[in-house]
Write a protein that binds this ligand. Sequence first.
Ligand code: GLU
Length: 385
Amino acid sequence: MQYDYADNGTRGEVLAQVRRVVVKIGTRLLMDVKGQGPAERIRQLMKVVGELRQSGLEVVVVTSGAIGAGMELLELRRRPKGMAALQALAAVGQCQLMTLYEEASSELGFHCGQLLLTAADLHDRSRHLRVAQCLNELLAREVLPVINENDSVCVDEIKVGDNDTLAALVAGMARADLTILLTTIDGMRERDETTGELGKRMSVVHELGSEIYNMAQGTDGNRFSVGGMVTKLRAAAMVTRSGEPLIIAEGFDFAILPRIMAAEDVGTIFLPSRHRRMHARQRFLAFFSEPQGELIVDEGAAKALISQGRSLLPGGIVGLRGVFKAGDTVSIVNLARQEIARGTVNFNHEDVSRICGAKSGDLARLLDRPVNSQVVVHRDAMVLL
Ligand code: GLU
């Protein structure tokens, strides 16, 4: 397929709708830019964020730099590898980082509120809702939420791992209209597949397909950071699938932010891949919840879900895997074992194994009890993937 990566006015249309924006700042933009350290950089950032807020935008900052700031304070030249050392550096650096954020913002007349998250806070439904509630409350009180991963307590199982992904998750949870990843490169560049040479910056990416992934160039390998282009594309995929745009742009000069909002042709914008934005329940199912099992469906059922927007009935289920209870999230897979949807299941695995293949009217008889629902996964509690 041929793509046109130039802007033909789409940016202006998309950005005109934006009221709530998540801005992610990479570690390298805060640590040492032309001899300026974190204090000066954060002061510059807060000045620009303050201006955006005054223009009527709700801003959420996802900041990296805890480990970097810890390294500076403890005068380490190399990023250590051991988990405990990184946790300790984050503990030291996060305090320093937030002090700088609060000092800079209060000089400008607003306050910051810190949220330190782990994947576990986002994946569990009730914790997720509490975090979203807190975020909304901070915004309602005109406090600037400043978010980072809680690196000091993060073990592998509960780690998001990089702040590009964290920003996408936060944007999904906060239903932000736009996510901006500020980094050290000016956007995504076209790349010749045979020579590997980088070409023009792409201004607009309409569809995030394999061509784009193939062109992704790594930006990893400096002494502070974790995210490269791959994590940025993963973030873009998540945000655009929710129905919102994401921009990758160079943030050495934070004045890029108002330029982005004014729809200037800077950075790369990834456009939403669906017309309608996902509602909160669908986002939770698609990006936050862990499927506890799998329902395997026949071709007819797969078609009914995908093209006709139907609920999943027992008759279309040909098999299942996993141990789940009613209310858990399950993957719905086709006969080729591709995941086509995810949803909240109304029966536990034992019940599903008894009723799969059956007509809806037979459920009470097969289960030997009255049933409230004839559908296994209701349309409203399902997201197509
Ligand atoms: N949470 C890490 C930190 O504050 C950064 C992760 C990232 O940059 O992706 O140092």
